[in-house]
Design a protein around this ligand. Sequence first.
Ligand code: EZ4
Ligand code: CO
Length: 403
Amino acid sequence: MKINEIKVIVASPGRNFVTVKVITDDGLYGIGDGTVNGREKAVVAYLEDHVIPTLIGKDPMRTEDIWQYLYKGAYWRRGPITMAAIGAIDMALWDIKAKAAGMPLYQLLGGRSRDKVMVYKHVGGLEISEVVEGVLALREAGLEAIRAQVSIPGLPPIYGTGPSTDQAAGGMVRPMPTEEVWATHKYLPLVPKLFEKLRDAVGWDVHLLHDVHHRLTPIEAARLGKDLEPYRLFWLEDAIPAELQEGFRIIRQHTTQPLAVGEVFNSVFDLTTLITEQLIDYIRVTSVHAGGVTGLKKIFDFASIYHVRSACHGPMDVSPVAMGCNIHVDVAISNFGIQEFTGYTDATREMFPYTWSYDRGYLQPGEAPGHGVDIDEAVAAKYPYAPAYLPIARLEDGTMTSW
Ligand code: EZ4
Ligand code: CO
């Protein structure tokens, strides 16, 4: 079998997605996701100018060799754009391989290790009472794990709490990033109050999660972890920016609060200290941003040796294609933890016909051969690319800070 053609499809059914379609000489094709939120066109150029021309005529079954060819062969290793491009190709090649085998992808990854994939969904609100209502509603809908975020009184809505946050929704053109305001001293006392109210309202038979979105310093995160201990959170996510992995040592010294990090990581080298020193409990890499099925499997297998469990990033900007690949990995690996899942707009679901399924807090992989996610190119053509950015954040005095 040979790779005949590779198409890159950019479309915005509510938000931008970069999708590849790898077509072989015997008519089989595979689909992959290469979306990097807010930097989509960089991946398109990387694929079209530097990846696709080198792959025409190659054997698509050689998933490991092609992964290494693109990784080592670039000389400039790692980085989100490179790894998303590799990820897109890798997903498509695994799709082809599993279609050729006549099996769902998870069978090629070792088969099922579990019956179903637990997910968590998000609740946000401007007031604590609004968040409590939202969490109760998701409980009612069957969720066993729920992430809760609340706005800081006196500041505009921040990430995950209101309309001006990370959702570049509705196909809206946002040629400039919106600017959010951050104040750590107002946030730190608020979060324990939120979880106190949540435990009073929903009890203890539910996993509660919280995402700090990289906004604290290690010692501030340690304080928050200690203050949250009475409420037994499932995890505290992205407590600090994690380029400096050693920062987690300080948090770990002070609190038994389980920690999760990794949605912006793109290779195993972003997390070697975190994993080998057992500084975290959940690793949040996702197929699209960590080099596809091949990259994800390498990272999770490494993490499994150090008691670290998986928790694939799964917001709306991780397309149904990458979500499909995540679910196949989730169901197959031994150290699965949880899968983030926010769902998709109707237009997104129309554009990506998929065979995986969601029901009351759990996902199932598709049983069709391949990863089970396709792209309808006629639907994609109806939704052209529209520039849209993630917000940035400043302190109250105007200083740029982590978002
Ligand atoms: O900000 O997907 O846990 N989820 C998150 C996400 C990320 C966006 C970045 O593109 O933090 O909402
Ligand atoms: Co997050």
